[in-house]
Ligand binder design. Structure first.
Ligand code: NDP
Length: 297
C-alpha cells in the first residue's frame, strides 16, 4: 500500500479562507474585527520567523495584528504588566506569548496570567481543564490542527485505537484528550514506554510528537494506519551541499508511507495547520467574549 498524502498546506489554506470569510461576516454583522496580540521577548531567530508569519497570516485573514517586541533583558515584572494590560484591553481578543522565554522569566507564571478567555494558544490550566472535562474552552493549536488533518481522511474515529507518542502539555496530552473526545481508545507513549514499536503497531491512528528525527520506523506502522508526524527536526543534509540542512519529522516517511493508509509529510503537514488554528482560535475567542456563537471553522 502507498499512503494517501495528507496535504496540510492545502488544508490550512482552505481553513484560512473560511476564517477570512468569518471575519468579514463579524465586521458586517457585529461591527468588530478580531485582534491578536503577539508578544516576543528577545531575538531567538526561530521565534522571530514564527512571529512574522503569525502576524502576516493574521492580517491576510482580515484581522488586526498587534506585535510587542521586548528586549531579551526585559524584567519578568514588565512582561507580567504587559500581559495584564492586554487582558483588560477591550480591543484585544487573543494573546500569544511566544515561547521559549528567556531563562530569567517564569514561563508558567506568564502563561497563567493570560486571561483564559484570550488564551488563543490554549495553554492556560483553565483551558487544559476544560479540554479534559469536555466543557469547551480554547484548544492548543497543533493538536487541533492535527485532528483536522485526521478528519480530512476519516470523519468518524469512533472505536479506533490511537497511539500518541510524546506527552508534552502543548502537544501530546491535549492530542490524547481530543482523540478521547472522538471516542478513540487512546494510548499515551513516552520515553519510559516498554516496547514502543509493538505499542505503535496497534495504532489505527499514530501521532508522533517527540522531537527525534525519523525515530518511528516503517515497520512500527500498522497497515492502513493514519500517521500524523508532528515532529520538526533540522538535520544535516550533505547531499544538498556542504553545510546544508533540511527539515524532517519524527517518522521515517519513505518507509512509513509504504504501510500507512494516510500520512502527513514534513514540512507541509502539521506545521501549516498550527498557525491556521491560531487564527481560528482568535475568531472563536472574539465571539465567545461577546456572547456570540463562534462560526464552525
Ligand atoms: P517535548 O520535548 O516537550 O516532549 C517530547 C516528548 O517525547 C516527551 O513526552 C518525551 O517523553 C517523549 N520522548 C522523548 N524521547 C522519546 C523516545 N525515545 N521514545 C518515546 N518518547 C520519547 O516536545 P514537544 O511536544 O514540544 O514537541 C515535540 C515535537 O513536535 C518537536 O519536534 C517539536 O519541534 C514539534 N512541534 C511541532 C509543532 C508544529 O507546529 N508542527 C508545534 C509544537 C511542537 P518524556 O515525557 O518521558 O520525557
Amino acid at each position: 500500500m502507498t499512503a494517501t498524502l495528507i496535504d496540510g498546506k492545502a488544508i490550512a489554506e482552505q481553513l484560512r479562507g473560511g476564517i477570512a470569510q468569518a471575519v468579514k461576516g463579524l465586521e458586517r454583522d457585529h461591527g468588530f474585527v478580531p485582534g491578536l496580540a503577539v508578544v516576543l521577548v528577545g531575538d531567538n531567530p526561530a521565534s522571530q520567523v514564527y512571529v512574522r508569519s503569525k502576524a502576516k497570516q493574521t492580517v491576510e485573514a482580515g484581522m488586526r495584528s498587534i506585535e510587542h517586541k521586548l528586549a531579551e533583558t526585559t524584567p519578568e515584572a514588565d512582561l507580567l504588566a504587559l500581559v495584564k494590560a492586554l487582558n483588560t484591553d477591550p480591543t484585544i481578543d487573543g494573546i500569544l506569548v511566544q515561547l521559549p522565554l528567556p531563562s530569567h522569566i517564569n514561563a508558567d507564571l506568564i502563561l497563567e496570567t493570560i486571561d483564559p478567555a484570550k488564551d488563543v494558544d490554549g495553554f492556560h490550566p483553565v483551558n487544559a481543564g476544560r479540554l479534559m472535562t469536555g466543557t469547551g474552552g480554547l484548544v492548543p493549536c497543533t493538536p487541533l490542527g492535527s485532528l483536522k488533518l485526521i478528519k480530512s481522511v476519516r470523519a468518524d474515529l469512533s472505536g479506533l485505537d490511537a497511539v500518541v507518542v510524546g506527552r508534552s502539555n502543548i502537544v501530546g496530552k491535549p492530542m490524547a484528550q481530543l482523540l478521547i473526545g472522538e471516542n478513540c481508545t487512546v494510548t499515551m507513549a513516552h520515553s519510559r514506554t516498554r516496547d514502543l514499536p509493538a505499542v505503535c503497531r496497534r495504532a489505527d491512528i499514530l501521532i508522533a510528537a517527540v522531537g527525534r528525527p525519523l525515530m518511528v520506523k516503517g515497520d512500527w506502522v500498522k497497515e492502513g494506519a493514519i500517521v500524523i508526524d508532528v515532529g520538526i527536526n533540522r538535520v544535516d543534509a550533505p547531499d544538498l551541499g556542504p553545510g546544508k540542512t533540511r527539515l524532517v519529522g519524527d517518522v521515517d516517511f519513505e518507509a512509513a508511507r509504504q504501510r500507512a493508509g494516510a500520512i502527513t509529510p514534513v514540512p507541509g503537514g502539521v506545521g501549516p495547520m498550527t498557525i491556521a488554528c491560531l487564527l481560528a482560535n482568535t475568531v472563536t475567542a472574539s465571539c465567545l467574549r461577546r456572547g456570540l456563537v463562534p462560526p464552525v471553522l
